[in-house]
Design a protein around this ligand. Structure first.
Ligand code: ZN
Length: 423
């Protein structure tokens, strides 16, 4: 999902970073000198997955030290608040977690390091990495994910975030943004889009890990299809730092299609070491020697190019989302509520009219309910069939945790959660 937690600091690298980003602007290629090899080396690291250079200011040793420092503070905070962790919290769940975790970690790129999961006492559906040798898992996630295959999908995703160096890539990225003052990077959707790219990569790598470890690679897609049924996509509401649920179900299914050939139900793929490097998703680039012989040039260009491409991709994604939000808001403004009728104590039917000059398919309608304290709940209803322009359509909302009587005391707003317009 699942949110990745990030850590700050790093003032001391600012000089090196600003030097490198002159190159990213890239008119000044002739300024490159041999000394820059050191610069490249200190701000980048070879991506463990693809072999490409990516921007990062911390060595793996520093990353572990920093990431695990956050974990240490978290454990201390839990203790202070009187909340149990790991087996003291729930022995059966913790043992299940460790069993699935170890199998995924064993096929990962960092399987030489000693890693462990940390189970904490939170109800929410969440797991995260701090970039070190721990993956933090909320108890609420364990309770909601009944199958080991689904748990493996989530753990694979988080382990992949660490392996792909996303925590520290983002930290470096935020600093360079600050230093270079890129105007694109200051726009509201940019940070979300930057994370979005990382999420897609973590999904790919995580699903490959799951398959190599003997877990069903389609489990991730099932999680997101279920989330879409329950929560819709909220496509017009805000910038997404993760792909919207429906999109993510489709993307993760495509990845599963590509890696299913490696999956042996319940068994580790015996070729996992080789498959991790070269597979249907990527081939590891082996340009170690080229970078060495070419002095600093290849290294610096590799880093600068990687950062430049990533910057462009992020801008494109941020623009795509901005357009999508604009479109959804425009469509939403021409959907009228005609009627609301109570069906029973927890269900009601709403009739709308599509006053847009386009027809709509795949419509999901949502309702946002706000209580006196400002707490917000969101429910969705999926509308079957296509809605012609001018047509009326209806949907039923079900709020098991809220009665109609209670609802009447609250602010209620309907919105178009998702739709595909056509003429
Ligand atoms: Zn993630």
């Amino acid at each position: 999902m699942i949110k990745t937690q990030f850590i700050r600091t790093f003032g001391w690298m600012s000089f090196l970073l600003s030097t490198t980003f002159v190159l990213v602007g890239c008119e000044a290629v002739q300024q490159i000198d041999r000394g820059l090899y050191q610069v490249a080396d200190s701000v980048s690291e070879r991506d463990r997955i693809t072999g490409k250079r990516t921007l990062s200011t911390a060595s793996r040793g520093q990353q572990i030290a920093q990431g695990n420092q956050v974990i240490k503070q978290l454990i201390a905070a839990e203790k202070k608040a009187g909340r149990s962790i790991n087996s003291a919290l729930n022995k059966r769940e913790y043992e299940r977690l460790v069993r699935v975790f170890d199998r995924i970690h064993q096929v990962s790129h960092l399987n030489k390091e000693r890693w462990e999961p940390l189970l904490i006492d939170r109800d929410s559906f969440n797991a995260f990495t701090t970039g070190g040798t721990y993956i933090v898992v909320h108890d609420g996630l364990m309770k909601q994910l009944k199958s080991d295959d689904e748990l493996a999908a989530v753990l694979g995703h988080e382990i992949a975030h660490t392996v792909a160096n996303h925590v520290f890539e983002r930290q470096t990225h935020q600093m360079t943004t600050l230093i270079t003052g890129s105007s694109a990077a200051k726009r509201s959707g940019y940070q979300a889009a930057f994370t979005y790219e990382s999420e897609i990569e973590a999904d790919e790598v995580g699903i490959l890990y799951a398959a190599l470890a003997g877990f069903d690679p389609y489990a991730a897609s099932r999680i997101w299809a279920r989330q879409y049924q329950q929560q819709g996509s909220a496509r017009g509401l805000f910038f997404h730092d993760h792909p919207a649920n429906k999109e993510r179900a489709a993307l993760t299914r495509q990845v599963a299609d590509k890696v299913k050939t490696y999956y042996r139900r319940g068994r580790q793929n015996p070729n996992y070491n080789a498959l991790r490097e070269n597979n249907t998703l990527w081939r590891k680039r082996d340009d170690q020697r080229i970078a060495g012989e070419g002095g600093g040039l290849a290294a610096v260009l590799g880093t600068a190019l990687g950062a430049y491409v990533q910057h462009q991709e992020t801008k494109i994604e941020a623009n795509r989302q901005a357009q999508q939000i604009q479109m959804m808001r425009a469509l939403n403004s021409n959907i009228r509520v005609l009627e609301q009728r109570k069906l029973d104590n927890h269900r009601w039917r709403v009739v709308w009219q599509n006053r847009n000059n386009v027809s709509l398919a795949n419509v999901v309608m949502g309702v946002i309910i706000k209580d006196a304290k400002g707490n917000i709940k969101r429910y969705v209803t999926h509308i079957k069939g296509n809605i012609a322009r001018g047509a009326r359509f209806s949907g039923i909302f079900s709020t098991p945790d809220l009665s109609i009587a209670e609802l009447k005391k609250r602010q209620v707003a309907y919105y178009l959660d998702d739709a595909t317009p056509y003429r």
